[in-house]
Design a protein around this ligand. Structure first.
Ligand SMILES: Nc1nc2c(ncn2[C@@H]2O[C@H](COP(=O)(O)OP(=O)(O)OP(=O)(O)O)[C@@H](O)[C@H]2O)c(=O)[nH]1
Ligand SMILES: [Mg+2]
Length: 335
């Protein structure tokens, strides 16, 4: 079971540019004074919390971040340009440590929170700064400073974006195993899953979300039948719910209604969350199977985790809902 996501990356700020050694050269001015410009500052590396991100998965693919070097100074008192900064987005809730010392460097909590994690080197001064009464032609300039470099260890307590709800054997664990790298136990007896599992679902480059697989609930769960419903608290803070009924259910609509009723008994606000109705195990559905209407005016998704059917449209819709909520939360936060 994996509730904590972690990643290790190295960051390096840009080195400062060198100061320039140069002397004015103009017609009729035979011995011009020093006019070497300053080197530019190296780019800084920043971390910025972003509520649109929910995992550290991207850092499994990219582990090294380097900001731009400052440009060297030039003649005619021209300074070099500063190096480009790098801004690394991290999910809200990421704790960042120095990997060598273990020291906590920052706790990225608020959306938009930004911290400079590696400082770019200062540019060196050009020789124009070093002329004195006794030394009118300095033939030296300052080198640029090195940019800071640090190995970071990041840790994020995962919060599920999507919660899977269904009777035992509905195929919840199977779905999370095809959507993510999570490998929960799957078996043809009820209550195979005894503790919640989280899986990270990659949607696209730089897009991923977290899915929670919880033990099955049954009618009367609110009164303590089966494993009870204490696990539903794990999905109280999710953005959306998948309510799953297998195609071989004796009465799909009744089973669906029972699930909603148990959710409501546990916490009525669960019913005001967006949800998707999903019929699973479509590979064993009879040919004449007709998809029942489970939600007024809403599409019912028909899938098979085993046969890999219908998964793409479901994933697309999940992402659509999650990102719509990320946006509306961001709007709320800025009001
Ligand atoms: N034919 C078929 N079988 C499936 C499909 N998905 C799951 N199953 C089977 O249904 C059984 C239950 O699957 P699980 O994924 O363990 O179901 P669950 O909802 O996690 O069950 P609990 O953990 O007990 O609540 C297993 O035997 C699976 O192989 C499917 O798409 N097609
Ligand atoms: Mg399971």
């Amino acid at each position: 079971m994996k509730f904590v996501d972690s990643a290790k990356i190295s960051v390096k700020a840009g080195d400062g540019g060198r100061g320039c050694v140069s002397f004015r050269r103009e017609k009729f001015v035979p011995k011009g004074g020093p006019d070497g410009g300053d080197g530019g500052r190296g780019g800084h590396v920043y971390l910025r919390a972003n509520r649109q991100l929910s995992t550290l998965l991207d850092f499994k693919y990219r582990k090294s971040y380097i900001a731009g070097r400052g440009e060297h100074g030039m003649g005619a008192r021209k300074s070099g340009k500063n190096g480009n900064d790098v801004v690394i987005g991290v999910p809200c809730g990421t704790v960042v440590r120095n990997a060598e010392t273990g020291e906590v460097l920052c706790d990225m909590v608020e959306d938009g929170q930004e911290i400079m994690i590696a400082k770019g080197g200062r540019g060196g001064q050009g020789n124009q700064h070093f002329a004195t009464a006794t030394r009118q032609a300095p033939r030296f300039a300052q080198p640029g400073e090195k940019g800071e470099e640090v190995e970071l260890e990041m840790e994020l307590k995962l919060m599920a974006d999507v919660g899977l709800v269904g009777f035992p054997n509905a195929g919840k664990s199977t779905l999370i195993s095809v959507f993510s790298a999570a490998r929960p136990k799957i078996a043809d007896y009820p209550f195979t899953t005894l503790v919640p599992n989280l899986g990270i679902v990659r949607y696209d480059d730089y897009k991923s979300f977290v899915m929670a697989d919880i033990p099955g609930i049954i009618e009367g769960a609110a009164e303590g039948r089966g494993l009870g419903i204490q696990f539903l608290r794990h999905i109280q803070r999710t953005k959306t719910l998948l309510v799953m009924v297998p195609s071989d259910s004796a009465d799909i609509a009744a089973e669906y209604a029972t699930l909603l009723r148990e959710l409501e008994k546990f916490d009525p606000s669960l019913l005001s969350k967006p949800r998707l109705a999903v019929i699973t195990k479509m590979d064993i559905a009879p040919e004449e199977f007709e998809t029942p209407e489970l939600e007024p005016d809403a599409k019912v998704f028909t899938i098979s985790g085993v046969a890999g059917q219908g998964l793409k449209p479901l994933k697309d819709e999940l992402w659509r809902q999650i990102s719509a909520q990320n946006l509306s939360e961001a709007a709320d936060a800025s009001n």
